[in-house]
Design a protein. Structure first.
Length: 380
């Protein structure tokens, strides 16, 4: 009996062990399943990433090697005006394009010389629609493409700043031996104008700013609203990558977004504006140029103070439909900060580029400002 019972117990023990081994095997098999799936998923993810990298590389190769569009007749004409200048100008080893147009019918002693400072990301070409009217009323017009813009050089590794652009303008006017100027500016150019005006208050200019008229610039950084593409371009690393893929289609979307709904840019204007940006791959330095947005905060007291303390005739032409300087915040802030709030002229149907959107209205407002302050005796 005892032997039989022992054998019976032994058999039961073997049965239990087999069952335990079977359970353990099942557990191991169940554990091996998910890792195989994970490996399969990881492989799929690697394939997707590889495809994306290839697509990005091909896209970059296309954008980087896509030929520049030719100059349109109007761009060729604008460049020809700049090529006619008697003296070439170079700044820190970089060629700077500028317009220097004289009207011999107006006497030089009348001191009617106008300097135009353009915005971002465009150039002096923004002036072309009002250029004819202005040349009839000024003895001389100076309109440079600041470094990094238009027909000027666009060095890749360069410390772009508003202060440096102000130095460039000072050197240009010194070379041209100009003593008194009427300053018309827009957007980015408004900020450069603020720095020039601050230096005039400090007695550091070799010339005198006789009058100042600004257009749609972010002169008050607290209410300035950069568009989405500008925010991306200012982002470390991401901005560097995005700037390499600048193209006409992305530019036309962002550029058109700051115009009024009834004053959208024509296809010809978009093409010409992109051509000027495309020269020397200018879109690649956008991220560096956009440091001016941070500079506005850094020098806010100095630059806002410069226009608050201005003792010269000051005028601001404002396109109310500007999303970058939104209404009514801009108007309210202007009237609060500037001692002569009546100096702002509002154009209801224009956006961020009033001189392009409604050129006749803008030139009329500007010349009327000069007439009211007796700088001109009549509007021609």
């Amino acid at each position: 009996m005892s032997s039989s019972k022992a054998r019976f117990d032994y058999d039961c023990l073997e049965t239990i062990r087999r069952r335990e081994k079977l359970k353990e095997l099942r557990r191991q098999l169940s554990k091996k399943g998910p890792p195989q799936q994970s490996i399969s998923f990881s492989g799929l993810l690697r394939h997707i990433l590889t495809i994306l990298v290839v697509i990005i590389a091909i896209s970059y190769a296309i954008f980087a090697n896509y030929p520049e569009p030719p100059l349109s007749p109007i761009l060729y004409q604008w460049k020809s005006i700049g090529d006619e200048v008697e003296r070439a100008f170079s700044y820190r080893g970089n060629k700077i394009f500028y317009i220097d147009k004289t009207n011999v019918d107006i006497k030089a002693e009348d001191s009617l010389t106008m300097l135009y400072l353009h915005g971002f990301p465009t150039s002096s070409f923004d002036l072309h629609q009002i250029f004819g009217n202005l040349t009839r009323n000024f003895h001389r017009i100076i309109a440079p493409d600041m470094i990094g813009f238009g027909f000027s050089d666009k060095p890749r590794f360069y410390s772009y700043s508003v202060l440096d652009q102000a130095n460039l303008i000072i050197e240009l006017l010194k070379m041209l031996d100009l003593k008194r100027i009427h300053l018309l500016s827009h957007d980015y150019g408004d900020t450069v104008a603020q720095e020039l005006l601050a230096r005039q208050h400090e007695g550091k200019l070799s010339f005198e700013i006789v009058s100042l008229c600004m257009m749609n610039g972010g002169i008050f950084p607290s209410i300035h609203r950069p568009i989405f593409s500008q925010k991306l371009l200012r982002t470390p690393l991401i901005g560097t990558i995005i700037s390499k893929f600048g193209n006409y289609y992305l530019f036309s979307i962002s550029f058109s977004s700051v115009f009024g709904p009834k004053t959208q840019p024509s296809r010809e204007l978009l093409t010409d504006s992109w051509k000027l940006i495309r020269l020397q791959d200018g879109y690649r330095v956008w991220g560096s140029l956009l440091t001016y947005i941070d500079e506005r905060f850094e020098h806010e007291d100095r630059w806002v103070g410069a226009i608050r303390r201005a003792m010269i005739p000051f005028h601001f032409i404002y396109g109310r439909l500007d999303p970058v300087n939104p209404s009514p915040q801009f108007e309210t802030h202007f009237r609060k900060i500037i001692h002569s709030p009546g100096n702002v002229v509002i154009i209801d149907d224009a956006g961020h580029y009033p001189q392009i959107e409604l050129p006749d209205t803008v030139v009329g407002k500007y010349l009327q400002f000069l007439l009211d302050n007796r700088f001109i005796s009549s509007i021609r």
